[in-house]
Design a binder for this molecule. Structure first.
Ligand SMILES: CC(C)(COP(=O)(O)OP(=O)(O)OC[C@H]1O[C@@H](n2cnc3c(N)ncnc32)[C@H](O)[C@@H]1OP(=O)(O)O)[C@@H](O)C(=O)NCCC(=O)NCCS
Length: 170
């Protein structure tokens, strides 16, 4: 039987959960992100507490956690850039390998996107590594399409990432 998957916004006290999920994602899928595991391990753990407290309540920044039977097993960040661009993004998306292909990623991105829409945006963006064909297919299936914008990845400068956008029906 498939485990039941749920998503909720991070709570202020979940800094250690955030640190655990983020380091697990960087260890398991280093090709996918602009930060390295070494970077994350150098960060003082108390900063994850600060981030969780901020992302639990802030109007332009949030983290959503995926749970299977009550256990954290994935995450996504959502944020809105400062004006004048005020573009909205999802980032740092990761689902633990044991629960992939069960629509947990879709649930995370949809909940984060709906939250961004509630904050007043009409489009949601995501930077995706061009090497990460799984993520490209995953986002395309959710209605994201390429904007044509590209840049070098922060963590692996020899690789490029592309900016995708989904127009939300608001
Ligand atoms: C991308 C990711 C979040 C998808 O999570 P998920 O919970 O498996 O996603 P869903 O079950 O909602 O959707 C899966 C769909 O994505 C695509 N997909 C996922 N994994 C795939 C793979 N290995 N090969 C091809 N397509 C894949 C398919 O369209 C798939 O549909 P299917 O399950 O019917 O074949 C997950 O694979 C992951 O964490 N990858 C490592 C980190 C990463 O790449 N993050 C994205 C950074 S931009």
């Amino acid at each position: 039987m498939s485990p039941s998957l749920t998503v909720s916004r991070i709570a202020a006290h979940q800094g250690s959960v955030l640190r655990e999920l983020r380091t697990a994602s960087l260890r398991e899928a280093p090709y996918a992100f602009g930060e390295t595991l070494e970077d994350a391990l150098l960060v003082d753990p108390s900063l994850f507490d600060d981030t969780a407290a901020l992302h639990a309540k802030a109007p332009r920044l949030a983290t959503f956690l995926l749970y299977t039977e009550g256990h954290p097993c994935g995450l996504v960040h959502a944020y809105i850039e400062e004006a004048p661009s005020a573009r909205a993004f999802v980032s740092a998306l990761w689902v633990a390998p044991a629960v992939r292909h069960l629509r947990g990623g879709e649930l995370l991105v949809n909940v984060a996107s709906q939250w961004l829409v509630q904050q007043g945006v009409a489009e949601v963006h995501a930077w995706i590594s061009e090497e990460n064909r799984t993520a490209v297919r995953f986002y395309e299936r959710l209605g994201f399409g390429p904007t044509g914008d590209r840049r070098a990845m922060l963590s692996h400068e020899e690789e490029a990432e592309s900016l995708f956008v989904r127009h939300m029906h608001v």
